[in-house]
Design a protein around this ligand. Structure first.
Ligand code: ATP
Ligand code: MG
Length: 187
């Protein structure tokens, strides 16, 4: 089973993925993009790489086929992971924009990068993209009032339901989070 663990930068994907290493094989998509040169160029304005989705897809297919044949659980973590084909479910990590702002400030991000990301989080951008790609297989975990361990346990709870073919608890279904007021304030 292939799971995308996605969310706005700073929501905690890498932190949570590190706590899931005993549960699944983890693929760090951002690292793969850099190391395997799965990009078309550099966005100088944002100081980031322009990802090449076609190359990323081929690379992911090539490294996951064998694991899938062995019935393994694979988590692909990164803010583009929900754009991949052949994903069984998408888990979107969320964080209240004001808390996210603090996390990104602690990282030393520039004001414009902080504003871009907190606004994207308030507007549910990644969630909407994920729903466009995988409609009824998208789940959300709000990290705002959870510790990383609690978030990892919530992800494990979702994974267990998916593996056992059980219904995922309603608290993880999309649509419960509404931070639109934060987007209005941040305009
Ligand atoms: N409940 C939580 N779950 C995950 N991380 C949390 C949580 N609460 C606080 N944090 C903190 O938030 C930060 C998240 O950073 P992390 O690098 O994991 O984000 P990311 O989503 O991987 O970002 P990027 O897309 O830039 O790679 C860490 O410093 C982590 O300790
Ligand atoms: Mg990360």
């Amino acid at each position: 089973m292939k799971i995308a663990l996605t969310g706005t930068p700073g929501t905690g994907k890498s932190t949570v993925a590190a706590l899931l290493r005993d549960t699944a094989r983890i693929i760090d998509l951002n690292r793969s993009i850099k190391e395997k040169k799965l990009y078309t160029g550099v966005d100088r304005l944002r100081n980031s790489l322009i990802a090449d989705l076609t190359k990323i897809q081929s690379y992911i297919n090539s490294i996951t086929t064998n694991i899938e044949l062995l019935n393994g659980l694979i988590i692909i973590e990164g803010h583009l992971s929900h754009m991949l084909r052949g994903i069984d479910a998408v888990i979107v990590l969320r964080c209240h924009p004001r808390v996210l702002e603090k996390r990104l400030e602690d990282r030393g991000y520039t004001r414009s990068k902080i504003d871009e990301n907190t606004q994207a989080e308030a507007l549910d951008i990644i969630l909407c993209e994920a729903i466009d790609e995988a409609l009824d297989r998208v789940y959300e975990v709000d990290t705002t009032n959870r510790t990383p361990e609690e978030t990892a346990n919530a992800v494990k709870e979702i994974l267990k339901c998916l593996i056992d073919g059980e219904r995922v608890p309603p608290e993880y279904l999309p649509g419960r989070i509404d931070w639109i007021e934060e987007a209005e304030k941040r305009r």
